[in-house]
Design a protein around this ligand. Structure first.
Ligand code: ZN
Length: 310
């Protein structure tokens, strides 16, 4: 059985970021404009370094390239998933992602991006953008041309504990005042549709209207995955989504529970409470990987975590 894999996050400073990765989770962050912590990532724009154990000092991409047995000998050029914590002090731009086929053709063989969000925390009366109101591509083009942004986008109320699956082609945006756990395909391809007419260093950030129009699905389709609940000795579990790229299950342990890691790998992201996993401390904001063949593991405490994998 391999050992648990712990990683040092990679932090990203952005105009819309804040300091909650420090104040909520205790991470050392570069500034008060830290918008993202890439907690589990082998992406070239933020390749996490392993923080302990036999592979200390190596990157996750190195581990993927050199010890594929730890990932069940999965095929693929890159470690397929990326886990982030996002601290949006201000609104992110309104955006959309391509699917694998479009990204492969138009973005040098990059992966498309399917992502999902779990709301770790948000301020009262927070909102989020998921979906749009154009019935056809023609209507979409017209609304964009007329700059009828507020008619176009669907702004929804947001609550702690909400979960959203964002398929390629879905117009979306995280808005100010929310802290979100994002589990996604390992891709950085984003088309910016609207940026609230904001300026960065005196200039608007680039928009990608043509590509956005290409990939936005019309009409918007609601995610209709039906959450599946199970329970057992000491735990309750909810399968929040299963899609071609990942599955995500929310697990709440009260007391003590034993689980089995029998997948190519499992990523554990702690979202609430405190406890231990095989004797190692688990607290809110902590992430780790259980490698292939890890076998059974015991979680103790009052702790809620996501288990995700391919
Ligand atoms: Zn996105």
């Amino acid at each position: 059985m391999g050992e648990m894999i712990f990683l040092n996050p990679v932090f990203k400073e952005v105009i819309w970021g804040g300091n909650k990765l420090h104040t909520m989770f205790g991470y050392d962050i570069p500034s008060d404009h830290t918008g993202e912590g890439w907690m589990i990532s082998a992406h070239k724009n933020g390749d996490c370094v392993i923080s302990s154990g036999a592979f200390e000092g190596k990157t996750l991409s190195w581990l993927w390239d050199n010890h594929r047995e730890l990932f069940g000998n999965l095929e693929g050029e890159v470690f397929p998933l990326l886990v982030k914590i996002i601290d949006a002090k201000q609104h992110l731009s309104i955006q959309v992602h391509p699917d694998d086929a479009y990204a492969a053709e138009k973005e040098n063989g990059a992966l498309g991006k399917t992502e999902c969000w779990y709301v770790l925390d948000c301020e009262p009366d927070s909102t989020i953008v998921v979906g749009h109101n154009a019935k056809t591509k023609e209507e979409l083009k017209q609304m964009i041309e007329d700059k009828r942004w507020m008619d176009l986008i669907r702004i929804r109320p947001l609550h702690k504990g909400d979960f959203f699956q964002i398929n390629p082609g879905t117009v979306h945006a995280i808005r100010g005042g929310s802290v979100i756990l994002e589990i996604q395909q390992s891709s950085d391809i984003t088309y910016r549709l609207y940026d609230y007419d904001r300026l960065q260093n005196g200039k608007p950030r680039e928009l990608h209207l043509e590509k956005s129009i290409d990939v936005i699905r019309c009409p918007h389709q609601e995610n209709d995955f039906a959450v599946q609940k199970t329970s057992g000795d000491g735990f309750e579990a909810e399968l929040l989504v299963r899609c071609p790229f990942y599955s995500v299950t929310k697990v709440t342990v009260t007391g003590k529970a034993v689980f089995e890691q029998n997948e190519p790998f499992q990523m554990i992201s702690t979202i609430d409470g405190e406890g231990t996993i095989d004797g190692v401390s688990l607290k809110k904001g902590m992430n780790l990987i259980l490698p292939a063949g890890y076998g059974t593991y015991e979680v103790e405490g009052n702790v809620t975590f996501m288990v995700s994998g391919v």
